[in-house]
Design a protein around this ligand. Structure first.
Ligand code: NAP
Length: 269
């Protein structure tokens, strides 16, 4: 039996145990996945935690995605490029960091919309925006990132995108897809109203992605035509399944995880 976990602080609201344990059940393994609260001043003891819990691999969430890199032996190229790790593989004493937010997002986007070269507009320039940018850059897309402060771009480790202010968006050339990576919409706010962006930047062909998964369809996504939008759930599930593949070399059961997640959400509404 393999033991896996997500570390973060606070950690009580994470959906990762639900997703991973649904996958283990579908795969018929006795593996287990739990959430471990690791306060920031305890992260230095991560190797003791791995040993005492017998972890074969683990995920990393807020606030440890950047700091964890100091305690790893290797970090893969993409995680290094964005300066954040969300998945660690454990091979004896050797710890290797990966970032499946990048691959999980890209898998979700390409499976939903098909792969082709696109002009992408990312709104927001925080941690998730770095993963989404890396994904589209790896896809060969042309990327513009809009932030409310130019200082946000100082934290990017690459400059292979166009950096603009959100207030500049109305003057930009059209985009094929617009991605919201801010939390605006979680409380049912209308992103276009909040950020004073005219919805005329959207045509019936424009694709819309919101990394938010609750509510299932934010006001932002309501501006996009049927079949032209995606919420954050596919990314959440794909990043987990990509972590499972890194740990075990096997493909996860996405359909079973989707069913479990939908039952969980349905049971709450
Ligand atoms: P973060 O690092 O705090 O970044 C948030 C970004 O949003 C920052 O650039 C921030 O700008 C910007 N922002 C916040 N409020 C804004 C406003 N009113 N107007 C303009 N910009 C605003 O957070 P994160 O980790 O990137 O997460 C962002 C969202 O993505 C959250 O809703 C999170 O739940 C979601 N997410 C989903 C997945 C998934 O698997 N679906 C994965 C990761 C994240 P400032 O820097 O100026 O404050």
């Amino acid at each position: 039996m393999g033991r896996y976990a997500v570390i973060g602080y606070p950690i009580s609201h994470t959906l990762s145990p639900l997703i991973h344990n649904a996958n283990f059940e579908a795969k018929g393994t006795a593996d287990q996945y739990s959430a471990i609260a690791v306060p920031p001043d305890q992260l230095m003891h991560i190797r003791d935690t791995i040993r005492s819990q017998g972890l074969a691999g683990f995920n990393v969430t807020i606030p440890h995605k950047e700091k964890i890199m100091e305690y790893l032996d290797h970090v893969d190229a993409d995680a290094m490029k964005i300066g954040a790790v969300n998945t660690v593989s454990v091979d004896g004493d050797v710890l290797t960091g990966h970032n499946t937010d990048i691959t999980g997002y890209l898998d979700a986007f390409n499976q939903t919309f098909g792969r082709q070269h696109r002009r992408i507009l990312i709104i927001g320039a925080g941690g998730a925006a770095k993963a989404v940018h890396r994904a589209h850059a790896n896809n060969g897309d042309t990327v513009t990132i809009a932030a409310r402060r130019m200082e946000s771009f100082q934290q990017f480790r690459t400059v292979d995108f166009k950096a603009v202010l959100i207030s500049d968006i109305p003057d930009l050339d059209p985009h094929d897809a617009i991605i919201n990576t801010t939390p605006v919409g979680m409380k049912h706010e209308d992103l276009f109203e909040e950020m004073e962006i005219p919805h005329s930047i959207i045509t019936e062909d424009t694709l819309g992605v919101d990394l938010i998964y609750q509510p299932e369809r934010t006001k932002f996504l309501e501006y996009f035509a049927e079949g032209h939008y995606m919420n954050g759930m596919p990314m959440l599930i794909h990043q987990a399944m990509d972590a499972y593949t890194i740990w075990t070399g096997e493909q996860g059961d996405i359909a079973a995880v989707n069913r479990k997640y939908k039952a969980h959400i349905g049971g709450k509404s």
